[in-house]
Design a protein. Structure first.
Length: 149
């Protein structure tokens, strides 16, 4: 009967640690260990773990570019100051990851305000004028067209 133990090996990467699991298989018929990878090895270029609560920027609305997929960007922003009234070049998805944000937007020329808390999502359709006012420090994930305001 074989016994199985899993070892985790930490490989230091540019932005943190990656865990790779190796299976150490011992059998009664073998006097030595066989090490087999239990998962495919993922290169640092194809994945990244981002701890959003640890992210800060040197200025309000500073961002970490996470991905650009077919002209759509995903960015993690840190801020403690309001943005500016703007209309994006397309749609925008705004997700509060940490903190509280007062989102103001206009519908038919009327200004509307709502409070967004952790886990809340604001969707701005094409042409929606809006502005975000963080209530203290906040971290938000923004998905929008590349090069948008």
């Amino acid at each position: 009967m074989g016994k199985e133990r899993i070892y985790y090996v930490r490989d230091r990467m540019r932005y943190g640690f990656r865990l790779r699991a190796y299976r150490d298989v011992f059998t009664a018929s073998l006097e030595h260990s066989i090490f087999l990878p239990s998962d495919p090895v993922v290169s640092s270029e194809s994945m990244e773990i981002i701890r959003s609560k640890e992210f800060t920027a040197d200025r309000a609305w500073g961002a970490k570019n996470i991905a650009s997929m077919g002209g759509i960007t995903t960015r993690l922003h840190w801020t403690d100051m309001p943005y500016k009234w703007h209309i994006n070049n397309g749609e925008e998805v705004f997700v509060v990851l940490d903190g509280v944000v007062q989102m103001k937007y206009k519908v038919g020329g009327q200004e509307i305000s709502t409070i967004l808390e952790v886990g809340d999502i604001f969707y701005a359709s094409v042409g929606t004028e809006h502005v975000a006012y963080p209530q203290g420090a906040a971290r938000v994930l923004v998905v929008e067209a590349e090069g948008s305001v």
